[in-house]
Design a protein around this ligand. Structure first.
Ligand code: PLP
Length: 395
């Protein structure tokens, strides 16, 4: 038996002394919950992506709920999104009592198909928000999505908001600005495997000041005064009012402190990921059993979605994925479409054939390691293992 080789994890976060020192500084400050550090994180994030308002939240899932709530998603209303996303894009709407209408992805990318949005909006006048997801950091066709929403908004006599699920898309910089600031609101994630991480966390960017105010109140139990204001302002701290039924979705200072350091490294993380992507692309292009990930200007390259060509191989995606995993390459699946989930089947029935493109991409996709501090040796090993696995199973 050969020596077991060290496994290459699917993701490994890049932290240094700076993140450690930031966390210790907060522990020693005596103020652990949302306070000045979070205000600074919001300011710095807003400046980075050039957004008028940024609100830190404890997860993107919470942020999606707040953003949808602010744009009227609730009982009797619906959102339009794709089945090819993390589950919370849809469950955020369900938590608000709204329905989810699904539109298929494009055949060539993993992103929502504007033509499919059109079909859904034509049939569902109650839809009040469209939620495009920039899968892997590859930015959706935002201009077309805006045009369609404004057309059907006029036709149905109410505003149709566009809320970007930008959980993968920091920092995706297009000629129209950063993803997450290209619509009414955008929601970012700082979950452990995302492009920058505070362990858990998220950020909402929103254009309208009133909507920002609503989200800020609903983020904190519907209380009209932020907690740091209650404890630092002149007016007695015990005076506050509750103006609606809110949630507890605030981001604590200890995580904001880590997030601020990560934010300062976001560009260098991106450059490092891009270098790895270029090595992968060079190695895999021209191989007729593999397809490179979809790409368009501004791509944040959060994930490397390698696509196999099933017709060229004697093993399916699950088989290839298992073999890579067994040979020490950490892999993941992005995404298991909603229609594969029990929750979805119980609510909507088993109708995956309604989404042929999502089904097709799912059957051919494997996410391979893409994290900033991968060594040249690790990148080479991923490439060699993938190519060897493909050659062994070529028909
Ligand atoms: C990670 C992710 C989320 C949820 O992010 P959390 O911060 O973990 O709540 C939402 N949408 C997409 C597309 C994601 O990948």
């Amino acid at each position: 038996m050969a020596e077991p080789v060290q496994k290459i994890p699917f993701f490994y976060p890049s932290f240094s002394r700076e993140e450690e020192e930031a966390a210790i500084r907060i522990l020693r400050s005596g103020w652990l919950t949302t306070g000045n550090e979070t205000l600074l994180f919001e300011k710095e994030f807003a400046r980075f992506v050039d957004s008028p308002h940024a609100l830190a939240v404890n997860s993107a899932s919470s942020g999606l709920i707040l953003a949808m709530d602010a744009f009227g998603v609730g009982p009797g209303k619906s959102i339009v999104t794709t089945p090819y996303t993390f589950i919370s894009t849809a469950t955020a709407a369900r938590h608000l009592g709204a329905e989810v209408r699904y539109a298929d992805i494009e055949d060539t990318s993993y992103n929502i198909d504007p033509a499919a949005i059109e079909t859904v909006l034509a049939q569902h006048p109650e839809a009040c928000a469209v939620v495009p997801v920039h899968i892997a950091g590859n930015v959706c066709r935002m201009d077309e999505i805006h045009d369609i929403c404004s057309f059907y908004g006029k036709k149905h006599g109410h505003y149709i908001a566009v809320i970007e699920d930008a959980a993968h898309a920091f920092p995706a910089n297009t000629d129209k600005g950063y993803a997450g600031t290209l619509a009414d609101a955008g929601v970012f994630s700082f979950y452990a495997t995302k492009t920058i991480t505070s362990g858990e966390g998220g950020m909402i960017c929103v254009r309208d000041a009133e909507k920002a105010k609503r989200m800020s109140i609903m983020r904190s139990h519907g209380i009209d005064r932020p907690v740091w204001d209650r404890y630092t302002a002149e007016k007695a701290s015990w005076i506050y009012d509750v103006v609606d039924e809110g949630w507890k979705f605030n981001l604590p200072d200890i995580l904001s402190a880590i997030g601020r350091v990560q934010l300062s490294k976001a560009r260098s993380f991106f450059d490092k990921r891009l270098r790895i992507v270029q090595r992968y692309n060079d190695a895999f292009s021209g191989n007729d059993a593999l397809l490179l990930p979809p790409d368009s200007p501004g791509n944040a390259w959060h994930l490397y979605l390698l696509r196999i060509v099933p017709e060229a191989l004697d093993l399916n995606r699950d088989g290839i994925a298992r073999e890579l995993q067994e040979r020490g390459i950490g892999i993941s699946l992005h995404f298991i479409p909603h229609f594969e989930m029990t929750w979805y089947k119980q609510r909507y029935g088993s109708n995956s054939n309604r989404f042929p493109h999502a089904e097709r991409q799912y059957e051919r996709t494997i996410s391979i390691p893409l994290w900033p501090d991968m060594s040249d040796g690790q990148i080479t090993r991923v490439i060699d293992t993938v190519l060897d696995c493909i050659e062994r199973h070529r028909k």
